[in-house]
Design a protein around this ligand. Structure first.
Ligand SMILES: Cc1cc2nc3c(=O)[nH]c(=O)nc-3n(C[C@H](O)[C@H](O)[C@H](O)COP(=O)(O)OP(=O)(O)OC[C@H]3O[C@@H](n4cnc5c(N)ncnc54)[C@H](O)[C@@H]3O)c2cc1C
Length: 274
């Protein structure tokens, strides 16, 4: 193991929008910041369709309008079969941006403000009497980086959070992504499809290694602990509302209700002990 780097005030793990912007603000205030990113090129591979709200764009403060691909004012909502509903109007509801270049612009701003780029994967974080010690890996070599504070901006599956025993995100949304070329009657509208079924081939991504399983053999024991309480109902075509509370990745309590179409609570499926 190589000796620790000099002490930073803050180590920000992840040069996504959250990490780069945090690093930029901290560096602008005179703190010594390390911005740790596992990929050689910030923003790649992209895991975003690039649709953001005007507010998010404003918060980014890149000041580079060439990153804006489109200003969107409405949507064609396709519910079933050929039926569709048009929603929208004059105000700009969303912006389509070049997400890869946006991430890169934000990271560049952080570096110009003084944050030091460290290209490495953070594989663990521990508390020390002096602050925080990050274990980093790069090209098969392991090193450490010491900082007074660490910011875990390493995405939805944050290794920093896991290392420190912090709870996972309170809510997860299941979704399928499809890439296709479609024509649009208006180029400032988007298509939104609500689907009840799908066919195709699952591809591994940075975020998941998807596999097909039969509905009768869902491997609940390999999944998040709460899944077994609500997924069976969803797979039966029911709508559910539920809340789950985790502590250090363990499910502590939760509840699930079956919902009628109108959103009426019908049945308390499970009330776990606190
Ligand atoms: C398919 C898909 C489409 C999406 N489309 C949209 C959309 O249209 N609009 C929208 O607003 N949101 C969209 N999202 C969500 C959006 O991508 C995230 O909300 C957003 O990127 C979160 O930003 P972040 O900075 O928190 O994390 P991220 O953008 O995930 O950045 C985390 C960074 O941390 C780095 N990292 C991770 N682990 C480590 C580690 N151990 N060590 C070092 N570096 C690490 C990663 O390489 C990455 O650069 C989409 C997500 C997916 C998966």
């Amino acid at each position: 193991m190589v000796a620790s780097r000099p002490l930073y005030d803050v180590a920000v793990v992840g040069a996504g929008p959250a990490g780069s912007r945090t690093a930029r603000e901290l560096a602008r205030r005179g703190l010594r910041v390390a911005l740790v990113e596992e990929h050689r090129q910030v923003g790649l591979p992209s895991h975003c369709s690039g649709l953001i709200s005007p507010r998010t764009w404003k918060l980014g403060e890149t000041g580079d309008d060439s990153l804006l691909c489109n200003r969107l004012r409405g949507a064609y909502l396709h519910v079933q079969g050929d039926s569709s509903v048009e929603l929208g109007g004059t105000p700009v509801r969303a912006l389509a941006i070049d997400r890869v270049r946006w991430d890169q612009a934000l990271a560049e701003q952080a570096h110009r403000a003084g944050a030091e780029a460290v290209q490495a994967r953070c594989v663990g974080v521990e508390r020390t009497p002096q602050g925080m010690l990050l274990r980093l890996q790069r090209n098969g070599h392991e090193t450490t980086l010491a900082a007074r504070l660490v910011v875990g901006a390493d995405g939805a599956h944050s290794r920093v959070a896991r290392s420190l025993g912090l709870p996972p995100p309170p809510q997860r949304v299941l979704a399928l992504g499809v890439e296709a070329e479609v024509s649009l009657p208006r180029d400032d509208y988007v298509h939104v499809f609500v689907a009840r079924g799908h066919t195709g081939e699952l591809l591994e991504s940075d975020e998941a290694s998807p596999v097909w399983v039969s509905i009768e053999e869902v491997p609940y024991h390999e999944m998040w602990e709460d899944d077994k309480y609500w997924l069976p109902a969803v797979l039966r075509g029911e709508k559910v509302y539920g809340r789950f509370f985790f502590d250090r990745w363990k499910l502590k309590k939760g509840e699930v209700y079956l919902l009628k179409d109108a959103g009426q609570l019908l049945l308390n499926l499970r009330q776990l002990p606190a």
